[in-house]
Design a protein around this ligand. Structure first.
Ligand code: GLY
Length: 402
């Protein structure tokens, strides 16, 4: 009897020791992540101050061409013009660096007239990632007004027969194209509806998201890049790619846009179909046989030449940020998987393999993204949106999981 009791006590002690060790390992891993995130934001502030010095007043940083050793800047119409100010706001939020805030405010002034821009569907990227963060951080009503105006402008591209927003204008290639990327622009519409109470924008966002579920996805929940529609009847003319390897391949950033887009739609609507769509896309990405061990995908999950194909750090950063939000809505088991995957991506991106040195890489933070491989454009290069979603994901990790 006494022996039995002793044995039970020994077993209980052993179990207690295991729990204490697990707890301290977890605490260790949390403090390591906290330190890593702080290091990356401190670095980002220093790197982006160098970026500020070399960026002309009327331009935004786009990329850096390692072949010529030259930085490339864009005009305000380029779909990425909001990422530089957006990134500055993310850095300011985490560091409180006043010089970074002043630079962000200066760049918003130059970007502001774009709230009237009708040339494409990218106003969500351009205005939400910049002014959206500015409003979230400062609560300045002037920024909210810019967001309201931009939503009204974007809504002009809604095509009622298609039940979706037209992405690009009619061209020799497409009649009324809608690209998977467009899911990201819905955040502007959802936010303005929630903020003003005008549900017409939310209605458009829902219609677009429903049409995209219907036509953009394959049975395995990978997505086409472009669906071309007949704007008079809403009929699908063709299912194509533009930036992917071929029409039936899975362009890596496209899968990330879809994942982020449906997670965000669930945040605003609590519609189960959007959550399910995001869960299925996450499953597709996380079980892809071509996903490398460091979880920075090739530019297309079906890219020719794997394992020597270029990577896309931007797709990884967007995926990490989306998974961290999706984990908030998923089952405990799935949430654990998503946070672990996002952590793995962020640790990889923060390593010397992907994160640039101070003053290198055109003063961008991340290396090894791919813009448009079929056109030989921005291949294995830094991209402003890779930096943006990387820092967004680091912020989310710190704010939600540490
Ligand atoms: N068309 C936006 C992108 O390259 O993701």
């Amino acid at each position: 009897m006494l022996r039995e009791r002793l044995r039970i006590r020994q077993l209980l002690l052993a179990a207690f020791c295991v729990l204490v060790t697990m707890g301290s390992l977890q605490a260790q891993s949390k403090s390591a992540m906290k330190a890593m995130i702080k290091t990356q934001f401190d670095f980002a502030a220093r790197q982006y101050k160098l970026m500020a010095k070399q960026t002309p007043a009327d331009k935004m940083p786009q990329t850096f061409d390692p072949k010529t050793g030259k930085s490339v800047f864009s005009n305000m119409q380029w779909w990425c013009s909001g990422f530089y100010p957006g990134t500055l706001w993310l850095i300011y939020e985490q560091t409180g660096d006043k010089a970074i805030k002043a630079e962000a405010e200066k760049r918003l002034e130059v970007l502001a007239p774009m709230k009237h821009y009708k040339g494409n569907h990218d106003l969500g990227f351009m205005i939400n990632c910049s002014f959206g963060n500015a409003f979230k951080i400062t609560r300045d009503p002037g920024y909210a007004k810019t967001l309201d105006t931009a939503a009204a402008t974007l809504a002009l591209r809604y095509r009622p027969k298609v039940h979706a927003i037209q992405s690009w204008n009619k061209s020799k290639n497409f009649t009324c194209p809608v690209i998977i990327d467009n899911m990201m622009n819905l955040e502007l519409l959802c936010w303005v509806s929630a903020h003003t109470g005008d549900t017409s924008y939310l209605h458009i966002a829902r219609e677009h998201a429903n049409t995209t579920i219907k036509n953009h996805f394959r049975p395995d929940y990978s997505s086409y890049h472009v669906i071309d529609y007949d704007p008079n009847t809403g009929a699908v003319i063709a299912k194509r790619t533009w930036q992917g390897a071929n029409d039936s391949s899975s362009w890596a950033r496209g899968q990330a846009w879809g994942l982020y887009g449906y997670t965000m739609m669930y945040r605003f609507t609590k519609t189960k179909a959007y959550l399910n769509q995001a869960l299925h896309i996450a499953h597709y990405i996380l079980t892809s046989p071509s996903m490398p061990a460091d979880m920075i995908p090739y530019w297309d999950y079906d890219a020719p030449g794997i394992p020597d194909a270029p990577r896309d750090a931007s797709a990884a950063a967007i995926t990490a940020s989306a998974l961290l939000e999706l984990a908030q809505y998923a089952s405990r088991k799935d949430a654990k998987t998503y946070v672990a995957a996002a952590k793995k991506i962020l640790v990889s991106l923060s390593s010397d393999k992907y994160r640039a040195q101070l003053g290198k890489n055109g003063d961008f933070i991340l290396m090894h993204s791919t813009g448009a491989k079929p056109f030989g454009s921005e291949v294995d290069s830094p991209l402003s949106y890779a930096d943006y979603y990387y820092l967004e994901a680091l912020s989310r990790y710190k704010d939600w999981y540490l």
